[in-house]
Design a protein around this ligand. Structure first.
Ligand SMILES: [Zn+2]
Length: 380
């Protein structure tokens, strides 16, 4: 038996007025996903545990059976994993714009990569600690590694959560590590404005030790393959011991190289037993807030990924699970922590005939903890 997990990032949504009070998934033309739902079994999965932000990191880890309450150490370490950066502690390090002590822009006016890179270089030159290093990521999203053991947790706050608020209320407090982080931020106030006008300091958050995920193969007996357009998922794949397959010409948007992605799946399934295909485009149009465009993106996904694959796979020998990691409702243009619809093809069917947010509620699995999805995937 072969196992295929399809994750169209952010596909789930709410009912939208301009779509006649239907969800983009209800409106989209999705004969292939509907076929899988009709011949398979459905349910709803809670992919974001209580108290966690509905990020793609948390949601995808949960889908893959990793209990984030035990293993998640922050966004910084996962991004470091994705980029192959190592350090005892890793934090996210946003370039931000602060005015009169107020967080004005967590994204440094979407600073360009070249400029951001210059800032990061200047910060490294100005550093007085040899165990600290700044790393450029993309735009305002950067990392800082700290290669020293600290026996403490430090509470930090995402800068996008404190827009318009005084930063002094949210600085890390007490103890040695907090002092170090504050020191680095103070240093940045001097260095950053010398290089750019878009940012005037760094904001350090979302950090911790490098995660030590249980290896997928040890738990499920199959070595996974991760195919994704984004670093985050490749990092998660590496952390779980997956083979990471790169596909050329992908954009992370709806104009991506669908054929290349689908072909990579077919090729990987030839000699591997478990393949994950995560695609980003639908989430992006969710963030754009364009309902019609999201409908179109879902229809394209159904045809060019799901349809292409089921026409070519040996469906007798392949179990397919399909679900978004989290909803990205066009109305709010961001992720929400609500359950997502899922389908499994290859297990005894239920009465659900369509794949969408409301049909799947009537599926035989009901509402399940996302951590149980891999148990269903590999159930006998
Ligand atoms: Zn997103």
């Amino acid at each position: 038996m072969k196992y295929l997990l399809l994750i169209p990032d952010g596909m789930a949504d709410w009912r939208v007025e301009e779509l006649g009070n239907r969800t983009p998934l209800e409106v989209a033309d999705t004969p292939n996903m509907d076929f899988l739902a009709k011949e398979g079994a459905c349910g709803m999965a809670k992919t974001v545990p209580e108290g966690y932000e509905p990020g793609s990191d948390v949601a995808n880890l949960t889908i893959l059976g990793i209990d984030v309450r035990k293993y998640y150490t922050g966004r910084g370490p996962i991004e470091a994993l994705a980029k192959g950066i190592k350090g005892k502690l890793v934090f996210r390090c946003n370039l931000v714009f602060v005015e009169n002590g107020i967080m004005v822009d967590y994204s440094a006016n979407r600073i360009g990569d070249d400029e951001a890179k210059e800032v990061i270089e200047a910060l490294n030159e100005a550093l007085e600690y040899d165990f600290v290093r700044f790393h450029h990521g993309t735009s305002y999203r950067n990392l800082v590694t700290i290669d020293r053991d600290f026996d403490e947790d430090v509470k930090t706050t995402p800068p996008h959560d404190i827009q318009g608020e005084p930063i002094s209320k949210y600085l890390p407090k007490d103890k040695e590590l907090a002092k170090l982080l504050i020191d680095l931020m103070e240093l940045s106030k001097r260095v950053v404005p010398e290089v750019t006008k878009k940012a005037n300091m760094v904001w350090i958050w979302g950090g911790g030790k490098m995660p030590n995920f249980p290896k997928f193969k040890e738990r499920w007996g199959v070595k996974g393959v991760m195919i994704s357009e984004v670093d985050l998922l490749k990092g998660i794949g590496r952390g779980l011991g997956f083979e990471v397959v790169e596909v050329e010409g992908v954009t992370g948007y709806i104009d991506t190289n669908y054929k290349g992605l689908a072909r990579a799946v077919l090729k990987s399934l030839k000699d591997k037993d478990f393949v994950v295909l995560h695609t980003e485009g639908i989430d992006e149009v969710g963030h754009e807030g364009d309902a019609e465009k999201k409908v179109e993106a879902i229809s394209i996904y159904d045809e060019k990924i799901v349809g292409y694959l089921i026409d070519r796979l040996d469906l007798e020998e392949t179990r397919i699970m399909l679900l978004p990691d989290h909803p990205t409702p066009v109305k709010v243009r961001t992720h929400v922590a609500e359950p997502v619809p899922f389908l499994i093809y290859g297990l005894k069917r239920d009465e659900v005939k369509r794949f969408d947010e409301f049909s799947c509620r009537k599926g035989k699995f009901g509402l399940i903890d996302g951590l149980k999805l891999m148990n269903l995937m590999f159930s006998k």
